[in-house]
Design a protein around this ligand. Structure first.
Ligand code: VGL
Ligand code: ZN
Length: 255
């Protein structure tokens, strides 16, 4: 055998071991034995346009590389424990009602009355097919993606239905999968996370919000706090990535 070749092989093997170890480090302390049947994850709008990491059009404060890495590790850990991961994705056509550019004379973050409803106007974001609309979490972890906000006439903060009342199919997908408990986190706390949590509760899902996995837009100061209060008042349990394992265990513990 050629000595040079074996040295290259050794380097390759060492690199491979190093790389695998790197992948496993975030999973340290992530025990597989905590699975609670009927529980799933709903990852809300983890898309480039909502992050500073990708210099998104509607970048939410605190969505840098560290945040994305944390959300990715939490998701990987919950997946490893056996929880199915579902995701919703903001997916707008270019002529969407929520884009200020489609309402001459308006500014982003302005609220207008249109089609008989109040509508906050946003910078164009999550345009169908654009790179910035892609979900930033490893898609091999995700069981199903539900897209929302495709109808140009209606916004859809909730992953369950749009402002016109049309269902996205998320409720049926979760119900046929035997899901009755949801772990939710993502972007943004005061819009799509909040509305998805409130709708999930209406659809009878017991709902846990992982607060360190969420970030808020805060068009108005205090919106984040108000969002948590509203979710809690509606019956959601606000927790953290560190608290979720214990909470899930206690949920099924017999008195
Ligand atoms: C969202 C504003 C507009 C969100 C989506 O994901 O919270 N916010 N579209
Ligand atoms: Zn949107």
């Amino acid at each position: 055998m050629n000595e040079g070749g074996s040295a290259v092989e050794s380097i390759f093997i060492v690199a491979l071991i190093g790389f695998s170890a790197l992948l496993l480090v975030p999973l340290a302390g992530c025990s597989k034995r905590e699975f609670q049947p009927g529980t799933a994850v709903l990852l809300v709008d983890m898309q480039g346009d909502f992050t500073t990491l990708k210099k998104g059009a509607l970048a939410v404060e605190g969505t840098d590389r560290d945040y994305l890495e944390m959300v990715s590790n939490v998701t990987r850990c919950l997946h490893r424990k056996g929880y199915p991961i579902f995701a919703c994705q903001d997916w707008h056509p270019p002529d969407h009602i929520s884009f200020f550019t489609n309402h001459p004379g308006t500014e982003p973050f302005e609220t207008i009355k249109t089609r008989g409803r109040e509508q906050i106007l946003w910078p164009p974001h999550c345009v169908q097919g654009s790179e910035a609309a892609e979900i930033l979490i490893d898609n091999t972890l995700i069981k199903a993606v539900v897209q929302k906000g495709m109808d140009p006439r209606f916004d859809s903060y909730s992953g369950f239905q749009d402002d016109g009342g049309k269902a996205t199919g998320l409720d049926s997908i979760l119900k046929v999968s035997g899901v009755d408990h949801l772990i939710l986190y993502g972007l943004a706390t005061d819009y799509c996370v909040k509305e998805s949590v409130l709708d999930g509760l209406r659809h009878k899902f017991k709902s846990y919000v992982v607060s360190d996995g969420c970030r808020a837009v805060e068009v108005n100061e205090g919106d984040e706090k108000k969002a948590y209060q509203e979710m809690e008042a509606a019956g959601a349990i606000i927790t953290t990535s560190a608290g979720i394992a214990e909470l899930l265990r206690s949920m099924n513990r017999k008195p």
